[in-house]
Write a protein that binds this ligand. Structure first.
Ligand code: URA
Length: 485
């Protein structure tokens, strides 16, 4: 008796599918049954090892059966493309009821061709759920199968990589093409409890189910991999719930980097608590020097400004400055020069610093946002203020500049700088002219941004210039006090 025979059980039909993922055979059998007008409740489907494996039955029920010959004028079996695509995935699920579900849907489709569009239909919904679970399993295997190098007896055969994976569904064959394309030149095997794949660089072969102990437990390259994983692990992006959903714990045991996860999560939670209060991002451990910080900054694309064609402008000045001056963001000229405060606003600032007796070279000048935000108007790049979210995203860089320079005074020019330093929006008009203590023991002074003075005219400008000069004179006096102390 061949495995593909249909069996009669009374007036019922039993169909055995010897391969659990064989869509083509299921389709062939299902079409024949529909053509023969066999209702779903008279068909029992089985697969090897399943509870409904009717080949395990003994006795006369296993007699071979011929399906009734369909009438000549029977319309062709119809199955929408949507059904076929869905069915191809559903067949890969491990639910023993999937073949019956699909047959019921196919049967109903002959009478209600639009059934697949009915989102409330229980059969359609169940099929979609199964297909989704299969897609997820396929994705997990691609993401979490880890190859380990094994010693090979055949010296000429070259290196052999072996991965162990435990799929939930019958996805091994469906995923074979992906691994062959991805690791075309490697010699590899993927071992699973449902079967194995072996690729020698030219030919793909299938093998019987394997056990976990058949696969190697680790190889020397894994230390390297773990170091790499720890260095790219971004606690700011870590949402533990989402991470465990994406990378369920059951996969961890096969992943070399997973031993680091609990430790990294613990560290990340503490950092995250700090970040939540400040609303900023955390890009990992602080670089040891301003130069290293600058290197990281140039690669930053964490907010939309970073995607513009402007360069990140790092702060400059004395690395042990008592006074740090923080502006809003580099302007057009700063972006071109790669240095802060070299354009028109910088000239206003320089003039006032000199007038107040503050030596620019002894201070450290930087900005709340590190990239120039602009819109193009013709050939000109017009300044745009950074949004609060962009300032918050960029705060990590400024905080690290402060932690490395350790200024005892910080002068914030304008509302964006004030927001970055205080973590909230404040009114510069109300807060200027006094020291505001910062959490590291330094003190913050607020004043307007010099470009504000440039936008004014006449009396209004003269008045604001006077107030700005007064603020800087106060800062200069306090600076002298601190430096004399
Ligand atoms: N405006 C700023 O806020 N910073 C600069 O570097 C230049 C202009």
């Amino acid at each position: 008796m061949t495995a593909l025979q249909h069996l009669a059980v009374g007036r019922h039909y039993a169909v055995h599918l010897p391969e659990p993922d064989d869509f083509d055979l299921w389709r062939e059998r299902a079409r024949a049954l529909v053509e023969a007008d066999v209702p779903p409740d008279r068909v029992a489907w089985s697969e090897p090892g399943g509870a409904g494996d009717l080949f395990a039955l003994e006795g006369p029920a296993n007699a071979a059966l011929r399906l009734p010959v369909p009438p000549r004028d029977r319309p062709p079996v119809r199955a929408s493309r949507r059904f076929v695509e869905l069915a191809k995935s559903v067949v890969l699920h491990s639910d023993p009821g999937r073949f019956a579900l699909l047959y019921r849907l196919l049967w109903r489709l002959q009478r209600s061709p639009r059934i697949m569009e009915d989102k409330a239909d229980l059969d359609v919904r169940r099929a979609e759920d199964l297909a989704k679970a299969v897609r997820r399993d396929i994705h997990k295997m691609r993401a979490f199968a880890r190859f380990r190098l094994v010693e090979s007896d055949e010296a000429e055969a070259g290196e052999h990589y072996v991965a162990w994976f435990e799929p939930e569904h019958h996805i091994l064959r469906a995923n074979a093409g992906f691994f062959v394309r991805r690791f075309a030149t490697m010699r590899w095997s993927i071992l699973t409890p449902r079967g194995c794949l072996h690729w020698n660089g030219e030919v793909l072969e299938e093998g019987p189910p394997a056990q976990r102990g058949d696969a190697p437990a680790g190889d020397p390259a894994e230390d390297l991999w773990r170091t790499y994983y720890a260095s790219i692990f971004n606690p700011a992006r870590l949402k533990i719930g989402a991470m465990v959903k994406e990378m369920p714990r059951k996969y961890w045991k096969n992943m070399p980097e997973a031993v680091l996860i609990p430790e990294l999560i613990a560290g990340a939670q503490a950092r995250e608590a700090r970040m939540v209060t400040s609303g900023s991002l955390d890009f990992g451990p602080r670089p040891a020097t301003l130069a290293a910080l600058g290197e990281g900054l140039h690669a930053c694309r964490a907010c939309p400004i970073g995607a513009l064609e402007s360069r990140a402008v790092m702060g400059e000045g004395a690395h042990d400055a008592t006074l740090m001056i923080v502006g809003e963001q580099p302007g057009d000229q700063e972006d071109l020069a790669g240095r802060p405060f070299v354009g028109p606003a910088g000239q206003v600032l320089d003039r006032h610093l000199a007038q107040a007796g503050i030596d620019r070279g002894s201070a450290y000048l930087t900005n709340a946002a590190k990239h120039f935000k602009y819109v193009m108007k013709g050939k000109r790049r017009l300044h745009q203020s950074p949004a609060a979210k962009e300032i918050d995203t960029c705060r990590w860089w400024l905080e690290n500049e402060r932690a490395l320079v350790r200024p005892r005074m910080v002068l914030a020019l304008g509302a964006s700088a004030a927001r970055s330093l205080l973590g909230r929006t404040v009114s510069v008009g109300r807060e200027r002219g006094r020291a505001i203590p910062l959490e590291d023991g330094s003190e913050l002074w607020l004043t307007v941004h010099p470009s504000y003075l440039l936008r004014l005219e006449g009396e209004a400008q003269a008045e604001q210039e006077r107030l700005f000069a007064r603020d800087l004179a106060q800062v200069a006096a306090r600076l002298a006090e601190l430096e004399g102390a």
